[in-house]
Ligand binder design. Sequence first.
Ligand code: MD3
Ligand code: FE
Length: 219
Amino acid sequence: ERAVLAPGAVHVPGWLDPARQQRFVDVAREWVRAAPMEHKVLAGGGRMSVQSVMLGSGRAAYRYGADGGGRAPELPDWLVALGARAVADAYLGDPGHDVGLPDAARVARDFAPDSALVNFYDDAAHMGMHQDKDEFSAAPIVSLSLGDTCVFRFGNTETRTAPYQDVELRSGDLFVFGGPSRYAFHGVPKVLPGTGGRQLGLKNGGRLNITLRMTGGRG
Ligand code: MD3
Ligand code: FE
């Protein structure tokens, strides 16, 4: 069931079972109580349709992280451990499956996230094609999807246009982006309303994405 989209880009559908998905949504509610989500304002002045909040020490690594005011909540130990298991599962969980990274074992062993970025998408939210270049680390990024299904667009490292692959990310899916895929352009052109958010108790539906990152930031 797992799919390698490109070297180091591994999709593991249904990695989180429904009970764990529910617990994630419930704990995300607590995070958001402590540090409300906001529409980040980008360097160019645009306001993102996605709302987000960051946990952990990495906020200083983000250009758009400066407007938040209060302190970021701590990154819980269980989430650090979950991130390490995610990379190990995606890269080493099926020894018969080549993920295209010669050093996958070392990359998995070294993964220790310092931050989590929680993104919330309502029915109308989307994320344009971009690269994640603000981190001071080339370690993989772990993505966990909860709630409504989205169309995720995975591109190439050269341009924000084609060639790209569109994949649906569903509640419980894991995606790990490491190696050369770490700097690929990617985005979320749309969320598919009514496909899973309400079932997890999100009042008006919607999608949560949690990315676990080694930012190398210090606060
Ligand atoms: C591919 N978030 O927060 S997660 C982001 O679903 C972001 O909220 C999207 O892109 C979301 O920056 C996509 C998957 C993801 C995250 C980082 C990547 C894919 C990536 C970095 C490189 C390549
Ligand atoms: Fe991104």
